[in-house]
Design a binder for this molecule. Structure first.
Ligand SMILES: O=c1ccn([C@@H]2O[C@H](COP(=O)(O)O)[C@@H](O)[C@H]2O)c(=O)[nH]1
Length: 235
């Protein structure tokens, strides 16, 4: 049986009005939304509460990266707002990841908010990794696998990586880590600032559990039609 892949639409907009307009346009075709840095910085947790009131699940993509104590507290706060998923940077280390898991569970192991570790941003290619991380002798895939190991031993529920690393991560970790894949483009779509992109069908075949749909849907002339194309590709 093919695993269910859940599409999540990224509300990369500057205010609540923009978010509400997109949620209205997509109607029942989307039940899971991402609130990222732009919208969270503008509107704070109230936008998470509003989405929950609409019956939507919420992924809060804050990509936390700080000392364990600070990340624990932030994860606890985000979980209390009703988010289902929260990101931290895997490069923050095993102790920080474990603190995020602890905070999100807030004393309740297996609580409602899962922690995902961001490995290598999909906007980076091998030369970008070499420049930023100073590591020329490793491939993006090796780095993603190494960071995935930190997330697994830190107790995270999954990782964020591109579709290109999905199959090797699945081979190494199986169902232990859920894969959330951004950089999704409909066939022939512009990559924009992304370097490692993939179509919905290919990412699903590679083992994604969640797909992040950003501009492929939200910048389309007809976002609802673009979302329908995503659903068709996942059937
Ligand atoms: O490695 C990462 C981690 C997160 N993202 C987020 O996904 C969406 C992608 O937007 P597009 O418009 O589809 O490019 C965006 O919200 C990012 O913050 C990512 O792209 N890569």
């Amino acid at each position: 049986m093919t695993a269910v892949v859940i599409p999540i639409v990224a509300l990369d907009v500057s205010d609540r009005a923009g978010a509400e307009a997109m949620v209205r346009r997509l109607g029942d075709s989307c039940s899971f939304y991402k609130v990222g840095l732009e919208l969270f910085a503008a509107e704070g947790p109230s936008v998470v509460a509003w989405l929950r009131d609409q019956g939507k699940e919420v992924f809060v993509d804050l990509k936390l990266h700080d000392i364990p104590n600070t990340v624990r507290g932030a994860a606890r706060s985000v979980a209390r707002h009703g988010a289902s998923l929260l990101t931290v940077h895997a490069s923050g280390g095993r102790e920080m990841i474990a603190a995020a898991v602890d905070g999100a569970n807030d004393g309740e192991p297996g609580g409602g908010c899962a922690i995902l570790g961001v490995t290598i941003l999909t906007s980076m290619d091998a030369s970008g990794v070499e420049e930023a991380w100073g590591r020329s002798s490793v491939t993006v895939e090796d780095e993603v696998l190494r960071l995935a190991g930190l997330v697994a031993t830190g107790g995270g529920a999954g990782i964020v990586c591109s579709g290109h690393e999905a199959a090797p991560v699945r081979a190494a970790f199986g169902d232990r880590l859920g894969l959330l894949i951004p950089g999704i483009r409909l066939p022939g779509g512009a990559a924009h600032d992304q370097r490692r992109v993939m179509t919905p069908a290919a990412a699903a075949a590679a083992g994604a559990r969640w797909l992040i749909l950003g501009r492929a849907v939200t910048a389309a002339d007809d976002p609802a039609a673009a979302m329908a194309a995503v659903h068709a590709a996942l059937r």
